[in-house]
Write a protein that binds this ligand. Structure first.
Ligand code: UDX
Length: 437
């Protein structure tokens, strides 16, 4: 099939490369000409393990191309995927500006009957509104289909090729069959639903995963008070197949471009249906509190951070990505900086000149540069090379070996043995050996 993808962000680029890899002819469209120039040379605008080799492979096999011209990119396509951003706008509203603009351009550009696929995360009912717009504006018959994505940054290619399900939402059988044909080489179960159900599956899935995380974080906070160990509690819970062990890792809360946006988005959808959603409100508030917990622990220990050197290990919102959107590190560094701390931050991938970082922090090239003569260290992102640190290195480099571990990367007993003043999340209690019968 001839497929066009509008938007070459995390979702659009990975989806386009994946569809080319399974044999389709894919043109990725983006308004950012510099980004398109780089993509044509196989240079990815996103940090996604394995993406660049797949881009180059599919360009060389002439199944993948990139253009900044909408007309050139969309006009010959049998199917056009809408994969533009739908960010959080003012007071949590879902900002549909980019989506609506791209939709109008598609209506203008197509030259024969076309299937338009909504890949972006959009409010329930968007499919129906877009179908109405296309019926009114497009020069040829357009069938609108919903096909939400479930890709995790840093694991997006794995989630694309080894996903649990492909959700297709449409009101007509023919579009569903076309989407089943497009996706059949993935050999992943296809769930065909109404468009509204497909739109809600996306928000509900992300909101549920966020709920799991906020729940286990509260249990971790309770562990600190009662002297239990969150890793043992989480392990024992996760063995129950109804609960599952994934997304049950306590820490300093979720970040990224999706969970924060989609939980707020789902609240807006409920509100527009005259429904309060207090459970989801609390998930969001719990997460916001959890992101501040390391600063709270630090201030309880040092009284003040004014003039103190604080090492921040990890800036990206999670490992294997360079994305800092809604990252706990931003809130932590902002708060510490406001209180006069001197911040030395290290991350293996996040670029020094990332515009999203607070101005007066120093991004250093090595862990040692961050730890050297620091009064305290905060572990914020569980990168492998941070987890590989030995307790003795904190002793060796830091002025005072005081470590607050937001991702439970280290062994409290080892830290205690080497006299590192160590606090983590929910591991106040004695840690026993986990015995599997
Ligand atoms: C998420 C969803 O997983 C994905 O299906 C959806 O399509 C997009 O949003 P992503 O935001 O890329 O993916 O990252 P994910 O791996 O889900 O982690 C989200 C956040 O939750 C990260 O900040 C991570 O640190 C945190 N997290 C995750 C926890 O705190 N504990 C966990 O056990 C798992």
């Amino acid at each position: 099939m001839n497929i066009s993808i509008v938007g070459t962000g995390y979702v659009g680029l990975v989806t386009g490369v994946g569809l080319a890899e399974i044999g389709h002819h894919v043109t990725c469209i983006d308004i950012d000409e510099e980004k398109i120039r780089k993509l044509k040379r196989g240079i990815s605008p996103i940090y996604e393990p394995g993406i660049e080799s797949l881009i180059l492979k599919n360009i060389s096999e002439e199944r993948l191309d990139f253009t900044a011209s909408f007309a050139e990119g969309a006009r010959f396509a049998d199917v056009v995927y809408l994969a533009v951003g739908t960010p959080t706008g003012i007071d949590g509203q879902i900002d549909m500006t980019y989506f609506n603009k791209a939709a109008s351009e598609i209506a203008e550009a197509i030259i024969h009957p076309t299937v338009v696929v909504i890949k972006s995360t959009v409010p329930v009912g968007t499919n129906a509104s877009l179908q109405k717009l296309m019926d009114e504006k497009a020069k040829h018959k357009v069938s609108v289909v919903s096909n939400p994505e479930f890709l995790r940054e840093g694991m997006a290619l794995r989630d694309l090729f080894e996903g649990d399900r492909i959700v297709i939402g449409a009101e007509n059988e023919e579009s569903i069959q076309i989407m089943e044909r497009i996706n059949s080489p993935f050999n992943i179960p296809v769930v065909a639903t109404s468009s509204k159900s497909a739109e809600l599956i996306k928000y509900a899935s992300n909101a549920f995963l966020a709920t799991k995380i906020s729940f286990i974080n509260e249990i971790a906070n309770l562990c600190d008070r009662v002297g239990a160990d969150i890793q043992e509690v989480s392990f024992g819970m996760g063995l129950d197949k109804r609960i599952g062990s994934q997304f049950l890792q306590a820490g300093i809360g979720y970040g990224g471009s999706c969970f924060p946006k989609d939980t707020l988005g789902l609240l807006q959808i409920a509100k527009e249906s005259d429904m309060d959603f207090p459970l989801l409100q609390e998930v969001i508030q719990t997460n916001s509190r959890q992101q501040k917990i390391l600063v709270k622990k630090l201030l309880a220990k040092l009284d003040t951070v004014k003039g103190k050197k604080i090492a921040i290990l990890g800036i990206a919102f999670k490992p294997n990505t360079d994305d800092v959107r809604e990252a706990p590190a931003l809130k932590i560094m902002g708060e510490l900086s406001n209180q006069g701390a001197i911040i030395y931050a290290y991350d293996p991938v996040v670029k020094k000149h990332s515009s999203a970082l607070p101005q007066n922090i120093r991004v250093v090239d090595t862990i040692e540069d961050a730890l050297n003569q620091a009064d305290a260290a905060l572990i914020v992102t569980e990168w492998e090379e941070i987890k590989a640190l030995q307790a003795k290195e904190f002793k060796k480099w830091m002025k005072h070996p005081v470590v607050f571990d937001g991702r439970n990367c280290f062994d409290p007993d080892e830290m205690l043995r080497l006299e590192v003043n160590y606090q983590s999340i929910g591991r106040g209690g004695e840690q026993k050996v986990l015995i599997l019968k």
